[in-house]
Design a protein around this ligand. Sequence first.
Ligand SMILES: NC(=O)c1ccc[n+]([C@@H]2O[C@H](COP(=O)([O-])OP(=O)(O)OC[C@H]3O[C@@H](n4cnc5c(N)ncnc54)[C@H](O)[C@@H]3O)[C@@H](O)[C@H]2O)c1
Length: 244
Amino acid sequence: MKPVALVTGGGKGLGAAIAGHLFTEGYRVVVGDIDLVAAQATAERLGEAAFAVQVDVSNEVSVEGMLDVAEQVFGLPWLLVNNAAVMKAEKVLDIEIETFDTVLAVNLRGTFLGCQRFARRLRAKEAGGRIVNIGSLAGENGGTATGAHYAASKGGVHTLTKVFARDLAPHGITVNAVAPGPLDLPSVAETIGAENAARVMANLPTGQAGNPLTVARMVAELARADAGSITGSIIDINSGLYMR
Ligand SMILES: NC(=O)c1ccc[n+]([C@@H]2O[C@H](COP(=O)([O-])OP(=O)(O)OC[C@H]3O[C@@H](n4cnc5c(N)ncnc54)[C@H](O)[C@@H]3O)[C@@H](O)[C@H]2O)c1
């Protein structure tokens, strides 16, 4: 039986690339997104071994609903990719508290809920599994162009990755994160503006933005059944912008 992967924010951008790659790797894929039409478009491109579900990852009832539907249709997933996020670029002194809370709710609480609710289900069935969180270079260095709320949320995602990894390690469940720098995706210019995006891209040490497929391949590698010794890792794919 093909393993099941659930990708949040899979309607477009990196999430769609991850969903597509996991499909080619032999997964049945559940595409979760707050934008149901976008999620359906991704799922339709993949065919019968994929379906779309609407989810707001910041809402616990909605996250439980997504997991319920995934289990009913395909069975308990092996892999959850917490990819959904909102990206915001604002000067720290200009950030409104409502915006701060929204970014943290989607990016950080959303990742927490995904990890916790999925892991509870795995534990209830004494099943192993894989969780891959999508972090960010911003979570390591404060970001080159994005906002404090976004960077802080991604720093939190990296920390949650380690806490869940530690607690779930004895149970055959690994939890890792990939921390991309600027990717070759429309969301970069949409978030920081075309001019800033061009400047950032021109100053990448490697001379090339991250390829979404490279991130997707890393997710698949971390999700392998024989990759059980990798856990609590934050894998940088940042064009050489930050080396720790
Ligand atoms: N694009 C980059 O250069 C870059 C760099 C570092 C990290 N990342 C991370 O990669 C991930 C994907 O980024 P992207 O560039 O594809 O962004 P994107 O904006 O193109 O896609 C994000 C997706 O998440 C969905 N989403 C937003 N809020 C949601 C919610 N509450 N519940 C469910 N779905 C929701 C959106 O509808 C969209 O389909 C994010 O975690 C982002 O922080 C991106």
